[in-house]
Write a protein that binds this ligand. Structure first.
Ligand code: HEC
Ligand code: HEC
Length: 239
C-alpha cells in the first residue's frame, strides 16, 4: 500500500515536471531537428574560440572522468544537455572545482552550437565504463554498498524517498530527466551533495520547490555513497 502511494506521488510530480518542460522545451525540441552533428563533433573534439575542447575533461567517448569530477555526457539526454549548457551560460548553475570552467565554456558557444554538441553526444553508441570503486576507496573516497544503493534506486526509502527509477528510468526520460545510471561516481556524489545544500538549484520546481533538492535533503551521506556506488557500476539493461 505504502509503496504504491509513493510511486503514485512521484509519478504525479513527474507528470507535472513533464508538463512544465513541454512548454519550455517545445521550441528546443523543434530546433534540435536542425542540429548539425558534425559541428557538434568538431566542437567536442577541438573546441571553439574560448570554449576548450570538451573531450579533454569529459573523455574521448564522453564517458566522464572521476579524477576531475567530470560527468558522462554520452546518451544522458539531448534536451537535458541543452538545458544545462544554457543554464551554465546564464550563470543559473555554477559548479565547484574544475567544473567552474563550464560557465565560460558554455558562454563561448552560441545556442545553435549548444544544440549541435548535444546532438553529437546523443549520437554515440551506448557504452559502459563503470567507475573504479576500489581505487576511489584507496584514494580516500567514501564508497558505499552498491546492493543498498540498488534498493534505494529501485524501491526508494519507505516513508521518505521515492524510487529514483520512477522518474529517471534506466535511460532517463526525455526531455528533461537525465539518465543517471553509468554516470560517474564522483560526479553523482557531488550533485547529490549540491542539491542537498542548495548550491545546485536549477532543478525544475514542483509546487514551487526544486524536485531534486527536496529528494536530496532526505538522503544521508551514507545513502549518497550507496546510491553512487550502485549507479556508477550498474551495467544491466534494467536494475
Ligand atoms: C576543464 C574541464 C572541462 C571542460 C574543458 C569541459 N567540461 Fe563540461 N564539465 C566539467 C565538470 C568538472 C563538470 C561537472 C560540474 C559539476 O560538478 O556540477 C562539467 C559539467 C558539464 C555538463 C553538465 C552535465 C550534467 O549531467 O548535468 C555539461 C552538459 C557539460 N559539462 C558539457 C561540456 C561541453 C559541451 C564542453 C565542451 C564545449 C565541456 N563540457 C567542456 C569539466 C569540463
Ligand atoms: C520526481 C522525479 C524525480 C525523482 C523521483 C528523482 N529525480 Fe533525480 N532528477 C529529476 C529531474 C527533473 C532532474 C533534472 C534536474 C535539472 O534539470 O537540472 C534530476 C536530476 C538528477 C541528478 C543530476 C544528474 C546530472 O546529470 O547532473 C541526479 C544525480 C539525480 N537526479 C539523482 C536522483 C536520485 C539518486 C534519485 C532517487 C533518490 C532521484 N534522482 C529521484 C527528477 C527526479
Amino acid at each position: 500500500m505504502r509503496k504504491s502511494t509513493f510511486m503514485f506521488s512521484s509519478w504525479l510530480m513527474l507528470s507535472s515536471v513533464m508538463l512544465q518542460s513541454q512548454a519550455v522545451f517545445a521550441a528546443d525540441a523543434v530546433a534540435n531537428i536542425r542540429a548539425d552533428v558534425a559541428n557538434g563533433q568538431t566542437i567536442y573534439n577541438e573546441g571553439k574560440g574560448d570554449a576548450t575542447a570538451c573531450q579533454g575533461c569529459h573523455g574521448e567517448k564522453a564517458l566522464g572522468n572521476d579524477s576531475m569530477g567530470a560527468p558522462r555526457l554520452a546518451n544522458i539526454g539531448q534536451i537535458y544537455v541543452v538545458k544545462q549548457l544554457n543554464e551554465f551560460a546564464e550563470g543559473k548553475r555554477i559548479a565547484p572545482g574544475v567544473g567552474v570552467a563550464m560557465n565560460d565554456i558554455a558562454k563561448a558557444l552560441n545556442e545553435q552550437d549548444r544544440r549541435d554538441v548535444a546532438a553529437y553526444l546523443d549520437s554515440f553508441e551506448y557504452e559502459t565504463e563503470p567507475s573504479d570503486l576500489k581505487s576511489l576507496a584507496a584514494d580516500g573516497s567514501k564508497v558505499g554498498k552498491p546492493e543498498i544503493g540498488k534498493l534505494i534506486v529501485t524501491k526508494g526509502i519507505k516513508g521518505q524517498v521515492p524510487a529514483c527509477q520512477d522518474c529517471h528510468g534506466f535511460s532517463g526520460r526525455a526531455p528533461l530527466i537525465p539518465a543517471i545510471n553509468q554516470q560517474k561516481f564522483v560526479y553523482l556524489v557531488n550533485q547529490l551533495n549540491s542539491f542537498r545544500d542548495g548550491s545546485r538549484a536549477n532543478d525544475p520546481a514542483v509546487n514551487q520547490f526544486g524536485v531534486m533538492r527536496g529528494i536530496a535533503k532526505k538522503l544521508s551521506d551514507e545513502n549518497i555513497a550507496d546510491i553512487a556506488a550502485f549507479l556508477s557500476t550498474v551495467t544491466r539493461a534494467a536494475p
